[in-house]
Design a protein around this ligand. Structure first.
Ligand code: PM9
Length: 465
């Protein structure tokens, strides 16, 4: 071990940036928060951000951009066609991710829409490593059915397996044999797996999935929303990967897949943006044609030139070793604090947030009483910390039967925006969760009073029961 790394082991680490601009946050009273959460129908998505103290709703579009990204914003070429920033973005994606052809979109779900409409036929089956809300909905709207082929460990919040994003190869093979490869347009592989608690897939497993799918001629479409975080976990935990750069691992992950959808609002450090990337020229031509119907011209999709420039710079910053270590390190810091206080969380701690196990936190509430939704509301009332539900409300209904889906994981996500909060904020969050845990028996269940048809977690309203 070198002298430097020996020192690193003994010393505290700090965020690898200085703060150049600040945005004041507002503390409210408990009385105010009780009123606000009632007005919001006990749905943290319906709160106004001015009433939130520490906002851990999502890591999506909430990152702080760097001074370099802001400087890039000034270089926006807002030409309708052929913007310089598009060509820079195209080169950056080719360099860091290796995909050949790029279609910019305004965010991830727009890319999901295009790929689903182009590849999925009525009655198709799309296997994947756990569902994601928008991804699955677009697959269903295109006539497909999502099938979960993630390993069983992913559904068990207490299981310590380090790569809970892995695909169960036997299950995948059985599915292909059952339906036949003609009915499987692609396998959907996410890095990391959001709904499992931000869990990574290993390089070894991805290579095995690649071998299996190549045998059947089935493409892999990669949800690369948090690929740098996944690559960092591979570097940290997978045998023989510690010496590699995160950027090399990112590139290798992408090389093992045929195309990708990206919500650039997460890993890539921008407030808006996304893209579809593919290696097949025929598919690219169709996607490029389709983007002009729903998003905008193929050299901007749904983004301004300045947004594309900020994204190019954000991609290069996302694989910086100091950045990614501190980003995942901050999530780990909060996770460790909660573990020390014996708060039930999803283990191991994920990369983009700490996920509370609401079933264990609130054992007096059965799942039909929406414990995760109720817990997120209670945390807000305690401290103004905004979290979000990732359980039965997010899981929605079976599109064929209309029956409520009851996922094994009933979670509240404390999602950490990138480069926004300090470790002191994390301390405040941990104290609030500890307080809510002490008073957990007082938390009441919730019932729906309004339920929209699509992605209901965003807009549903509830009352106490
Ligand atoms: N994720 C999140 O908070 C945004 C709101 S919840 C729908 O975690 C993955 C893995 C995501 C994701 C968004 C999208 C969609 C695709 N895949 O939000 O449309 O985590 O940019 O991306 C959210 P967009």
């Amino acid at each position: 071990m070198s002298e430097d790394s020996e020192n690193q082991r003994k010393r505290s680490w700090a965020e690898p940036y200085k703060i150049k601009m600040v945005e004041p946050v507002r503390m409210t009273t408990t009385g105010e928060r009780k009123t606000r959460i009632k007005e919001a129908g006990f749905n943290t998505f319906l709160l106004r951000s001015r009433d939130v103290y520490i906002d851990l709703l999502t890591d999506s579009g909430t990152s702080a951009m760097s001074d370099r990204q802001w400087a890039g914003m000034m270089m926006g070429d807002e030409a309708y066609a052929g913007s310089e920033n598009f060509y820079h973005l195209e080169q950056t994606i080719q360099k860091y991710y290796g995909y050949k052809y790029i279609v910019p979109t305004h965010q991830g779900r727009a890319a999901e829409h295009i790929i689903s409409q182009l590849l999925i036929k009525q009655g198709d089956i799309i296997p994947g490593n756990m569902y994601f809300t928008t991804t699955k909905l677009h697959q269903e709207l295109a006539g497909g059915t999502f099938k979960d082929v993630i390993i069983d460990e992913a559904h068990d919040p207490g299981n310590l397996y380090p790569f809970k994003g892995n695909i169960d190869l036997d299950r995948l093979r059985a599915l292909i044999e059952q339906y036949g490869e003609k009915r499987i347009p692609y396998i959907s592989v996410a890095t990391t797996v959001n709904m499992a608690g931000g869990q990574p897939i290993s390089l070894k497993n991805l290579k095995e999935v690649r071998n299996l799918t190549s045998h059947y001629g089935i493409p892999i479409i990669h949800d690369m929303t948090r690929v740098a975080e996944n690559a960092y976990m591979i570097k940290k935990l997978e045998d023989g990967q510690a010496h590699r750069k995160v950027s090399e691992i990112v590139k290798e992950i992408c090389d093992l897949t045929d195309g990708a959808t990206m919500s650039a609002k997460k890993d890539a450090l921008v407030n808006i943006g996304g893209f579809l990337a593919v290696n097949d020229k025929g598919l690219f031509d169709k996607a490029r044609n389709m983007v002009v119907i729903y998003e905008g011209l193929h050299t901007y999709g749904g983004m301004a030139g300045r947004d594309m420039e900020a994204l190019s710079i954000g991609i290069s910053e996302s694989v910086d070793e100091d950045h990614i270590r501190a980003r995942v390190g901050q999530v780990e810091y909060l996770g460790k604090k909660l573990i020390q206080s014996e708060i039930p969380i999803v283990m191991p701690v994920g990369t983009h947030g700490v996920f509370l196990n609401a079933k264990k936190f609130l054992p007096h509430l059965t799942q039909d009483k929406l414990p995760a939704q109720a817990l997120a509301a209670a945390i807000y009332v305690d401290s103004g910390v905004r979290a979000m539900e990732r359980g039965v409300v997010s899981a929605g209904r079976d599109p064929d039967t209309g029956q409520q889906n009851y996922p094994n994981l009933e979670l509240v996500r404390l999602t950490i925006p990138r480069r926004v909060y300090t470790q002191a904020h994390m301390d405040v969050v941990a104290e609030s969760i500890e307080e809510v845990y002490l008073n957990r028996n007082k938390i009441r269940g919730l019932k729906f009073v309004y339920e929209p048809r699509y992605l209901r977690f965003f807009q549903s309203r509830f009352e106490e029961c």
